[in-house]
Design a protein around this ligand. Structure first.
Ligand code: B1M
Length: 221
C-alpha cells in the first residue's frame, strides 16, 4: 500500500501524467500517474490510498513552489498528473466511498475575467482532498451567496487580478460576512494584500495556493 502511495505521489510531484508523456525526461518510458492508478485499482488497492498519494504529491510540489524551487509550468503538470488519477477516482468520490475533507467554492470576482491563478489554486486545493465547486469568472455576490446555501459548511475562495475589481471583492466579502458570518472567506490574486484583507474582513489572504491549503486544514468545521 505504502509503495503505491509513494508511486502516485512521485508521479504527481514530478508531473508524470502517463507513460507516453515526455516530461520529465528522466522518467521517459516509465508508467505515469494514469497507469499506476489504473493498475492499483485493478489490483484491489483501496481508492483512498490513491487520494493519499495525490495529496502527498501536491503537498510536496506546493512546498517546492512556495520555496521557488519549481514554477507555474511544474504546478500545471502536477495538476494534470493528479487529474489523471482523479479520473479513475471519480466513481468512488461520487459514491462517497472516498471521503473529501470539505467543500471549497471558488470564483473570480465580478467584472474580472482572469482565471489562470484561480484555476491553479483550485487544482492544488482539489489535490489536497477538497471537493471544488468552481463558479468560474465574473462571479456576482449573489452567486457566492447561493453557493453557500447550496453547500452548507463550505469555504469561499475569491480571486481578483485587477485593482478595479478589488472593490467588488470587498463588496462580496462584506455581504457574505453579513449574511453568513461563520463562512470562512479566503482571498488572493496579484493586487490583493494582507492590509486589504484586514480592511474587507476576509478570514485569510494567501499569496499562493499552498498557504490556503494550510488554512483550510486548520479550519475544518
Ligand atoms: Co490582464 N491584466 N487584463 N489579461 N493580465 C493583468 C492582471 C495586468 C497586471 C497587466 C498589466 O497591465 N501589467 C493588468 C492589471 C492592472 C491593474 O489592475 N493594476 C491587466 C489588465 C489591465 C487587463 C485588461 C483590463 C486589459 C484590457 O482589456 N485593457 C483586461 C481585463 C479583462 C477583465 O478581467 N475584465 C485583461 C485581460 C487579460 C486577458 C483576457 C488577455 C488574460 C487573462 C486570461 C485568463 O486568465 N484566462 C490576461 C492576462 C493573462 C494577464 C497577465 C499577463 C497574467 C495574469 C496571470 O494569469 N498570471 C497579468 C499581468 C501579470 O500578472 N504579469 C494581467 C499568472 C497567475 C498564475 O497568477 O493570477 O496572480 P495569479 O495567481 C497566483 C496568485 O495571485 C495566487 O495564486 C496564483 C498562483 O500562484 N492566487 C490566489 C490567485 N488567486 C488566488 C486565490 C486564493 C489564493 C491565492 O485564495 C482564494
Amino acid at each position: 500500500m505504502q509503495e503505491i502511495i509513494e508511486k502516485i505521489a512521485l508521479g504527481v510531484e514530478k508531473g508524470k501524467i502517463s507513460k507516453a508523456s515526455p516530461y520529465p525526461p528522466e522518467m521517459a518510458g516509465e508508467d505515469g500517474a494514469e497507469e499506476i492508478a489504473a493498475e492499483a485499482l485493478r489490483n484491489g488497492i483501496a481508492p483512498d490510498s490513491l487520494m493519499t498519494g495525490c495529496m502527498l504529491g501536491m503537498e510536496r510540489i506546493g512546498k517546492d513552489f512556495e520555496e521557488e524551487l519549481v514554477f507555474i509550468p511544474n504546478l500545471v503538470l502536477a495538476a494534470e498528473a493528479m487529474n489523471a488519477v482523479m479520473k479513475h477516482l471519480k466513481p468512488f468520490l461520487d459514491s462517497g466511498q472516498v471521503k473529501q475533507k470539505g467543500t471549497f467554492v471558488i470564483g473570480t470576482v465580478a467584472g474580472d475575467l482572469h482565471d489562470i491563478g484561480k484555476n491553479l489554486v483550485a487544482m492544488v486545493i482539489r489535490g489536497s482532498g477538497y471537493k471544488i465547486v468552481d463558479l468560474g469568472v465574473d462571479v456576482s455576490t449573489e452567486k457566492f451567496l447561493e453557493a453557500i446555501k447550496e453547500h452548507p459548511g463550505c469555504f469561499i475562495g475569491m480571486s481578483a487580478l485587477l485593482t478595479t475589481t478589488m472593490e467588488n471583492m470587498e463588496k462580496s466579502v462584506k455581504a457574505i460576512k453579513e449574511a453568513s458570518p461563520e463562512t470562512k472567506v479566503l482571498i488572493g490574486g496579484a493586487p490583493v494584500s494582507e492590509s486589504f484583507r484586514a480592511r474587507c474582513g476576509a478570514d485569510f489572504y494567501s499569496p499562493i495556493a499552498q498557504q490556503a491549503v494550510t488554512f483550510l486544514n486548520e479550519n475544518l468545521p
